[in-house]
Design a protein around this ligand. Structure first.
Ligand SMILES: [Zn+2]
Length: 178
């Protein structure tokens, strides 16, 4: 997935904020934690370029092991259910959830080693044929890119809706001039 991770993280966090509200987490902190979690696995691109010198597919690093995100999600959910002060646990949970969703989204057209570190078989729902150069042009011209555009459009829609709601609430609460 090229451009969809960040907006997908925003959508999931925005849709789940109502369930997190009882934890007294601020919407801003919750959504920020969610968006960071959605892109966190791809921070391994720094390692890929600067340390590994593009020797291995970055999906083979532990940052793209689904089990890592599943363990984080389980641990943060346990923390969320048991903690008396839940706002930090809510942020950790949405961070981990979006990290795990990143694995699913990367599986659409990119190989993910779902059973790593035990299995060595990558999985992808669809294969993008290597027809063009540079490599990203193949993804850009593949039908699956329409999913990414749809995710971006959905995120913009939710963002505008939330912004409009905030403006309306602020205007309603503003003191009226006598
Ligand atoms: Zn990724």
């Amino acid at each position: 997935m090229l451009i969809g991770h960040l907006p997908a993280g925003y959508i999931i966090s925005r849709l789940l904020i109502r369930y997190a509200e009882p934890t007294e987490v601020s919407a801003k902190a919750f959504i920020l934690a969610g968006v960071i979690g959605a892109v966190a696995p791809d921070l391994d691109m720094f390692y890929f370029h600067l340390v590994d010198h593009r020797q291995h597919h970055h999906h083979t690093y532990f940052t793209h092991y689904p089990v890592v995100w599943l363990v984080l999600l389980t641990a943060s959910s346990a923390w969320l259910f048991t903690a008396s002060k839940k706002n930090y646990a809510a942020c950790a949970s949405i961070f981990s959830l979006n990290g795990f969703v990143h694995m699913i989204l990367d599986t659409i057209v990119g190989d993910i080693w779902w059973f790593a570190p035990w299995g060595s078989e990558p999985f992808a729902f669809f294969t993008v044929p290597a027809l063009y150069k540079p490599w990203w042009l193949n993804f850009l011209l593949h039908w699956s890119f329409a999913i990414e555009i749809a995710v971006v459009v959905w995120a913009i829609y939710l963002w505008r809706k939330a912004r409009h709601h905030k403006i309306t609430v602020t205007a309603t609460n503003a003191p009226t001039v006598p």
